[in-house]
Design a protein around this ligand. Structure first.
Ligand code: ATP
Length: 198
């Protein structure tokens, strides 16, 4: 199964782009959501997290998010250790999920495709890009505004120039009306490529 990874910074519109792929019948794996599910449910991931962060990581069997967040917040090594446990679990789960899907290819959505090394789990990469001020206003409109907090999160992410360099395709998401034809064109291309592979 051919795999396409879609990434982009906060408010870039990657979820919107993924929704358009889904509307065209393409199965989409939301790696953020699945990572949370795996941390809560996957037995070997739970065991790894407990071994590294202690039994407090699960309060009465339920993932203790605030405890874990506190442990990794200002400790880069702890964060790296958590990522080293979670990311491979996501890669394995995604690969197994992809084999169960039908259709010409599947899409993986991740805000941290390159940072998490998920690019190696896909055959093609797409970066969704938009000017910073536009991303800021979209995010504020959607979530209510703490502009400084959003700016801080943006500053911690990969910048658009780097994303553009690293991704195979860039989708510039400024005008809503442009998005659907752009996704349609990518869909045609990926469908063709997947046929050529098989
Ligand atoms: P995050 O990483 O914060 O989840 P995201 O990259 O997934 O963000 P979306 O949730 O797709 O971004 O988009 C952010 C907001 O901007 C949403 O409310 C969405 O409806 C809106 N939006 C996205 N693209 C456009 C566009 N081209 N025109 C107008 N609004 C848009």
């Amino acid at each position: 199964m051919m795999k396409v990874g879609i990434t982009g910074g906060i408010g870039s519109g990657k979820s919107t782009v993924c929704r358009l792929f889904a509307q065209r019948g393409i199965a989409v794996y939301d790696s953020d959501r699945e990572a949370k599910r795996l941390m809560a449910e996957d037995p070997s991931l739970r065991a790894g997290i407990t071994a590294r962060f202690g039994v407090e990581a699960y309060a009465e069997g339920v993932l203790n998010r605030s405890y874990l967040a506190g442990r990794v917040f200002s400790d880069p090594q702890a964060l790296a250790d958590l990522n080293a446990l979670v990311h491979p679990a996501v890669v394995a789960d995604f690969a197994a999920w992809a084999e169960r899907q039908s259709g010409p290819y599947v899409v993986l959505e991740s805000a941290i495709l390159f940072e998490a090394g998920l690019e190696h789990a896909v055959d093609r990469t797409v970066a969704v890009l938009a000017p910073l001020e536009l991303r800021l206003s979209r995010t504020c409109r959607r979530d209510g505004c703490d502009e400084e907090a959003v700016r801080r999160r943006m500053a911690a992410q990969m910048d658009d120039d780097t994303l553009r360099d690293r991704a195979d395709y860039a989708v510039v998401n400024i005008f809503e009306a442009d998005l659907e034809p752009t996704v349609a064109e990518l869909d045609r291309r990926f469908t063709l490529e997947s046929r050529q592979r098989s």
